[in-house]
Design a protein around this ligand. Structure first.
Ligand code: CP3
Length: 351
């Protein structure tokens, strides 16, 4: 199959560039995943890491939600923690407990001893999945590549595992390391930021037409600590990513208390969660940025009337502004009915 023409006029990419669109584009974080029966069927035969390591399987999973939901963008099937394998931290996923890190980073020596990682070599299987998925997608459905933000990656590397936020609600180990070993902290984030930035650029070179930086857990920080300990590193990643020449989405949850500073780190599109109304997000990130969000994923578990009310509410807050991309404020929950996602796409598209 030959490569299809560059779909620069897709409504998703147009919205990223704040150009007028026929209808609001929509896609969902974690749209490839456990809520889909065809994903669960593959997972019955392969572990999560097996799916990620096999480019053909990863490309297949990437495509699963596209026709089924009618979304305007695809997100590569992979995980933000895959770079932990070449970093020698030891990564596994256990059912119900989320990611497990065998050798968490707990001191300055562990940071110094991290090996150099070249995404083109050490994560080449992800780039191959990008090539396969980009080639197989319809021309009007661009592929989004992604990486984890330096803070979110560091939180898993230091806490060592578990569910959301490295299994920690308080991020106590992460913050203790940050305060007690500030030099090592900055070295660690610098390493992760550089790796993530080069990884994003490599995905764009392989065919990703947009990139998203998932700094999912930065909202656990005070505005001052975000500014001091994280923002310079996120800026480095985003600067490297933007050079690839495709739109970059900068996403975090709980960022409302420091949204201006979060946006100042970079990104053409700022991704926000449901804790801030979309109109306020637009006002605060300023006229040069597009905004993505922000339905509460739990609204997809509500009865249809309440779900519809919440979707219309997000659309009403976005108004007629150019540069709005409809999404959830965080990933699709595994218990979400497929029908609920389809209904949201239809409603956003004006059905
Ligand atoms: O559809 C997509 O969005 C693409 C694929 C994708 C996955 N992980 C696959 C996955 C993406 C974009 C991610 C990003 C990711 N991974 C983030 C950032 C976004 C967010 O949700 O905040 C984070 C923090 C991770 C780390 C991670 N991976 C955790 C905490 C877990 C366990 C929790 C859970 O939901 O089970 C994973 C596992 C994981 N990554 C699954 C999927 C589909 C679920 C796994 C399974 O099949 O067992």
């Amino acid at each position: 199959m030959s490569r299809q023409p560059a779909p620069d006029d897709s409504r998703f990419l147009k919205a990223c560039r704040r150009e007028p669109v026929d209808v609001t584009p929509v896609w969902f974080m974690r749209q490839a995943g456990r809520y889909l029966p065809e994903y669960r069927a593959l997972r019955a035969k392969h572990s999560l890491l097996e799916l990620c390591h096999d480019p053909a399987l990863a490309a297949e999973v990437t495509l699963q939600p596209i026709a089924r939901l009618g979304v305007d963008a695809a997100i590569l099937f992979a995980d933000i923690l895959l770079p932990f394998e070449p970093l020698g931290l030891g990564l596994s996923f256990s059912p119900g407990e989320g990611p497990q890190i065998e050798r968490p980073i707990r001191d300055a020596a562990a940071v110094r001893e991290l090996p150099a990682v070249d995404p083109a070599l050490d994560l080449g299987y992800v780039l191959e999945a990008v090539r396969l998925a980009a080639r197989a997608l319809p021309a009007n459905v661009p592929l989004i590549g992604f990486a984890g933000g330096p803070f979110t990656l560091a939180s898993y590397a230091i806490e060592g595992g578990g569910g959301g936020g490295g299994g920690s609600r308080t991020f106590a180990r992460t913050k203790a390391f940050m305060y007690q070993e500030p030099d090592s902290w900055h070295q660690l984030l610098d390493r992760l930021a550089y790796l993530a930035g080069r990884f994003l650029a490599a995905q764009a070179a392989a065919g990703a037409r947009a990139l998203q930086l998932f700094d999912s857990w930065v909202g656990c920080l005070s505005p001052q600590d975000y500014h001091t300990y994280v923002q310079p590193h996120s800026r480095r990643t985003l600067t490297l990513a933007v050079r690839a020449g495709v739109p970059v989405i900068h996403f975090g949850t709980g960022t409302a208390p420091f949204l201006e500073d979060f946006a100042a780190a970079g990104g053409d599109v700022i991704g926000v969660d449901w804790r801030i109304p979309i109109d306020q997000a637009f006002e605060r990130v300023g006229p040069a940025r597009a905004v993505q969000g922000n339905l509460d994923p739990a609204a997809l578990l509500a009865p249809p009337a309440e779900r519809e009310r919440q979707v219309r509410d997000v659309l009403a807050h976005a108004g007629a502004r150019p540069g709005f991309i409809f999404n959830l404020g965080h990933g699709v929950l595994p218990e979400t009915p497929v029908e609920a996602l389809r209904a949201v796409v239809e409603l956003v598209h004006g059905g």
